[in-house]
Ligand binder design. Sequence first.
Ligand SMILES: Cc1ncc(COP(=O)(O)O)c(C=O)c1O
Length: 376
Amino acid sequence: MREVPFSKLDINETEFDRVREVLSSGWLTHGPYTEKFEKLFCDYTGAKYCTTVSNCTAGLHLSCLAAGFSDGDEVIVPAQTHTATAHAVELTGAKAVFVDVDYETANISITDIKNKLSDKTRGIIPVHMAGFPCQMDEIMAICDENNLILIEDCAHALGTLYQSKHVGNFGIAGNFSFYPTKQITTGEGGVIITNDKKIYDFVRTHKAFGIDTPPKMRHKPGLYDVRTLGLNYRLTDFQSALGLGQLERYDSNLKSRKENAKLYENLLSKSDKLEFLKYNDDSSYFIFQILLHDNISRDKLIFHLKKRNIGCSIHYATPVPLMTYYKRKYGYKLGDFPMAEKYGENVITLPIHSGLVKADIMYVCKTIIDFLEKTN
Ligand SMILES: Cc1ncc(COP(=O)(O)O)c(C=O)c1O
């Protein structure tokens, strides 16, 4: 039987060689690959500055600290996201205020942002869900009118454009993730991009303990000062070596994802028992999601796919405000985020990575359509 894994690592010989080169150099952090990777990331996204971080959660946390969010502030985040988006806010002492999403895209609802604004609102963190760009014009207008700080969660969005500009460039910072299932990987890892030198300096200093002088700039070994409280959120140089290679090859990876999305659209539009977003060239297709109609059992379909060796996932089954931590803290309950909840109940994430061949997607679609036909 054919096997279609949900995700598949794609690490080539050059990348293995570079990682080996760093490991045998004896200089595992602060090395040349980090600078090269950051530079290429700037070239790719059009951002002025980029700094690597140990993961996207760390990047979001640093971005929230750079924004100055703290006790008493409120920061708006979507209810349909990874918990990291909200945690980053809460770790500063500010309150994550959850907003419902649009059912079609699972991106933050502009109407609900307006409903949740208060005197305490200091910022908004939209998430470009599945790689599909949020309505940045509207979000920026709200930020301008209300003097709010915009930080983008681009964990899903390497290669995502909005009006021909790479996402992550619309607010003070854009945060990317290189977790193994993402479009490119460094194991764990992430970057922050920004066009503001002050934000760049802040995150560079705070990702390394608050130390004022990086190792290469020290006049005497070990001589540095600490003027502020910082963290250790650095990425190693061998991870950057891997990331550099992955990013160098990303154009072809993205092209395959887009071709796969078009094929999914083609094949799945034969069924009237599911919905999905129409193909959009600005999306980077981190994942491809389908929404089942309410009367169809998602569990049964997932089981059906599993039995036929097809990997799938759910992003995200439980809206973050309905996770125990947030429910206990803020008293959220079922029904507070109707669209995020419905999305969580009906969505299935299908494999779309660049390791798939046409026959894999045809097999996935046929398996889904066969199941849907039999259920009614
Ligand atoms: C939307 C979103 N934000 C943030 C993160 C956190 O990324 P990381 O695992 O790199 O910390 C993830 C992780 O998958 C995510 O999906």
